[in-house]
Design a protein around this ligand. Structure first.
Ligand SMILES: [Mg+2]
Length: 487
């Protein structure tokens, strides 16, 4: 799909002035919870996507991090390091609301703001050199503005000649950091870093670099583009050379989605119940339908994957004869594949109790404005009706005010995602959030969420506790932004 947005400011020419500002919220999900629940402030806190002994902490508060808790750690391992850690399950709508408010603060100073994830954004001040004499004092002002609205939230700010180095600046000082990287001090900063400290360099890339005799970020910066091309196999190496030498390759806003995905991890209890698995599938398709309607998109390909506890996986990709937006149709194609696979095997073998994770990915999008309809089917009417249903939901600011039959039997089954994809749907235009439903809570109205607070040996989950849904907080498939974490 071609980019039609106005965000293309990558530059092959090195621009040396530090005019790019990167903002990274510190321990974002945990701080949001501490903002909302003052009784949790100053305490070690782990945010979980679901509550269970095998749950992983997707965000840890500063206090928990001090005890050695890291993002992604299993709850059991966290307890060894930090026996008093309090846990809380995620509250995506709240994190998104704060995201929108922070983006609005940034946009009050700069038109050129690109959200990079739910807790990160980059501001390009290249056209503001006459407006702001000093980006350092502006950075302090931004911190103060955020603190005025959310007093418990802290951010690290990096200022540098390009967005990659500005992000590196945010990594150098946490929490509440402010680091300015310039051509004069860059080598000094890089000298303190290890290869894997660079965003985007994990073990595989580190090995590649070391094989070529490049053992540190400093050596990497002073390697020629030709050498890095050889290390990374082509243009990717060229990009790395530019990143470290003040060119710009990361300043883009993928305003148009190439893929949309919805994923859910299931607790052991949920995977015992085939009905639950079926409703998850509906919920995932409905979530994608909602995002496609909002984006004015139809998809021509859908992929469905099931992962199992033993590490195996079943996957089916379907190319559809006509572009599809409807959740039921999507589910129909998926179920057809499931039925086809299960025929001749034991029925129900795919949705079995070993299931841990369901993922639906849609891609190959067609814009609704260029959809072609056959003369002989009534798809057009159905498509119009779907749009109207969503408009009614919008009008009443309540996504469950109108529901179709298939949404009815378990309307709150879907505790939703904190994915990167949804950040794109929250882009604010003319003061309006593109997809307002993402700011609504998924819990039933009038039923406040129960917080399960646990210390030391976790007791069994109370029977009336919230359901334990989980949605992967990672990037969209094929998303080259995947080195951005939400930490
Ligand atoms: Mg962060």
């Amino acid at each position: 799909m071609k980019h039609t947005g106005d965000y293309f400011r990558n530059s092959t020419v090195a621009r040396l002035e530090p005019l790019v500002m990167y903002i990274d919220m510190n321990s974002y999900f945990a701080s949001c919870e501490q903002q909302r629940h003052p009784e949790l402030r100053g305490k070690p806190l782990g945010v979980l996507t679901y509550d269970g002994p095998n749950a992983a902490v997707i965000a840890a508060s500063v206090e928990a991090k001090r005890m050695g808790v890291k993002t992604g750690m299993r709850l059991g391992d966290c307890r060894v390091l930090c026996p008093d850690m309090i846990t809380i399950t995620t509250h995506p709508a709240w994190y998104r609301q704060i995201h929108v408010d922070i983006m609005n603060i940034l946009r009050s100073y700069c038109d050129d703001v690109i959200p990079k994830s739910i807790d990160e954004a980059v501001c390009n001040f290249h056209s503001y050199t006459l407006v702001y004499k000093d980006l350092t004092s502006l950075a302090y002002q931004i911190k103060a503005d955020i603190a005025a609205k959310y007093d418990y939230l802290k951010c690290s700010i990096g200022i540098a000649p390009n967005s990659f180095l500005a992000k590196v600046g945010t990594e150098l000082q946490k929490p509440d950091g402010l680091v300015i990287i310039t051509p004069d001090n860059i080598d000094e900063h890089l000298a303190k870093m290890k290869l894997q400290d660079l965003p985007g360099i994990a073990s595989a890339n580190e090995q590649r670099l070391r094989k070529s005799g490049i053992n540190s970020p400093l050596e990497m910066r002073h390697s020629s583009a030709a050498v890095l091309r050889k290390v990374f196999g082509g243009v990717v190496g060229e990009y790395w050379h530019r990143r470290l030498n003040f060119g710009e390759v990361d300043m883009y806003n993928r305003a148009e989605n190439r893929t949309m995905s919805a994923t859910r991890t299931l607790s052991r209890r949920q995977s015992q119940d085939r009905q639950q698995l079926e409703s998850m599938l509906i919920a995932l398709c409905t979530r994608l339908e909602q995002r496609m309607v909002k984006g004015g998109l139809f998809c021509k390909e859908v992929t469905f994957a099931i992962r199992y506890r033993d590490g195996t996986k079943w996957e089916a990709a379907v190319k559809m004869p006509d572009p599809v937006q409807d959740a039921n149709e999507l589910r129909g194609y998926i179920q057809e594949r499931i039925a086809h696979f299960e025929s001749g095997r034991s029925p129900g073998c795919l949705f079995n109790p070993g299931t841990t994770n369901l993922t639906v990915v849609v891609q190959s999008f067609v814009k609704d404005s260029v959809m072609q309809y056959s003369l002989f089917d009534n798809r057009l009417k159905k498509d119009v009706l779907r749009k109207v249903v969503y408009e009614i939901k919008d009008m009443y600011d309540q996504k469950n005010i109108v529901r179709r039959g298939n949404e009815l039997f378990s309307p709150f089954v879907m505790k939703d995602a904190i994915g990167f994809g949804s950040v794109k749907d929250m882009i604010v235009k003319d003061g309006q959030v593109k997809n307002k439903h993402l700011l609504e809570d998924d819990e039933a109205p009038g039923e406040p969420r129960k917080i399960v607070i646990r210390r030391r040996e976790p007791p069994p989950l109370p029977k009336d506790a919230d359901e334990v849904y989980y949605e992967y907080a990672g990037p969209d498939y094929n998303d080259v932004d995947n080195y951005h974490t939400s930490d």
